[in-house]
Design a binder for this molecule. Structure first.
Ligand code: ZN
Length: 314
């Protein structure tokens, strides 16, 4: 029984940069915006690094070895974990829920979440909106009244945001996050700051679909993380089902040594966001990502480490 270590699938973006090198990834250029570090998504899956499944995509490992994942009912790996480096403002966007995505896109819906790894001192992200109903939303979008429409939230390092499907959102320049989300790639772009690419073209907008799926009025759906001291460190619950039906998410801080009691989920997705050390006989460093498969015994961590851990939700 061994953890499944993964190499990320890297994505070049017009808003990307080179800071993901801080997580020990070899970047092919200086516009890498996303590292899909735990992904079983279609052709953008991460690849197993070492061990029995070395070189195979997580997508294949999941589909060919269901026992490692507790014989799940979901045919495709349900979650996707990414690191994002926004060196410019991202487009203002929204994602559909499962019902709409299934019907219109033949994909999953996308509820996501952000844990802020770094950001400028006075950073604000775009989050939520001020339209009272669909008619007002439509009018404000048609009038390009972005100033009045878009909500804003101040952010600092360590903040956590739950981003249910139907929520208008956008990361802004200088913000780095680890994003845990449903495994889906359906994004409806509402506004792109009228930017043109190197060929002088505007990126496509999906205005009608965005209007279809944006929830009105916007209702804030956040919880305060709950910290709990446990032997050897601190376990912070970022969000759990039922509020977040698609995933449970925790931050685990290890001071120097910890026997971590796993809590009965079929498998765990783990990312090292800071520090270095060991889990059992395996070396860990900032940017390590792995899955603890079904039946893995309680791991023993050594070193000073900060982890983000998730499991599928309900
Ligand atoms: Zn998004």
């Amino acid at each position: 029984m061994a953890p499944i270590f993964l190499k990320p699938y890297l994505q070049t973006k017009i808003w990307g940069g080179k800071r993901l090198a801080e997580f020990n990834y070899d970047l092919p250029n200086d516009k890498v915006g996303e590292a899909w570090v735990i992904s079983g998504y279609r052709k953008q899956a991460s690849v197993v690094d070492g061990g029995e499944f070395d070189g195979q995509s997580l997508r294949d490992v999941y589909q060919n070895n269901p026992a490692l994942f507790g014989n799940p009912t979901e045919k495709e790996f349900p979650l996707l974990v990414k690191f994002l480096d926004a060196q410019d403002n991202l487009s203002i966007q929204v994602h559909p829920d499962d019902e709409y995505a299934e019907r219109v896109e033949h994909d999953r819906g996308k509820t996501e979440s952000w844990y802020v790894l770094d950001c400028p001192d006075d950073a604000e992200i775009i989050f939520g909106h001020h339209a009272k109903n669909k008619a007002e939303l439509k009018k404000m979008i048609e009038d390009h009244d972005w100033q009045d429409l878009l909500g804003r939230e101040k952010v600092k390092k360590g903040d956590f945001f739950y981003v249910p499907s139907g929520t208008i959102h956008a990361l802004t320049k200088g913000v780095m996050v680890i994003e845990t989300q449903q495994s889906s790639d359906v994004t409806y772009r509402l506004y792109d700051y009228d930017r043109r690419d190197s060929d002088g073209n505007l990126r496509e907008l999906h205005t009608q679909k965005a209007i279809d799926v944006i929830k009105t009025p916007y209702v804030k759906d956040q919880v305060e993380p709950v910290k709990k001291e446990i032997p050897g460190g601190v376990l912070t619950t970022l969000i759990e089902a039922p509020q977040s039906p698609h995933f449970n998410l925790w931050q685990l801080d290890i001071d120097s040594e910890m026997d971590f009691p796993l809590t009965g989920y079929p498998y765990y997705l783990v990312s090292v966001i800071d520090g270095a050390g060991k889990m059992d006989q395996y070396d860990l460093h900032k940017g390590s990502n792995f899955i603890l498969p079904y039946g893995y015994p309680n791991p023993k961590f050594i070193g000073k480490l900060r982890l983000v851990i998730s499991t599928p939700g309900e």
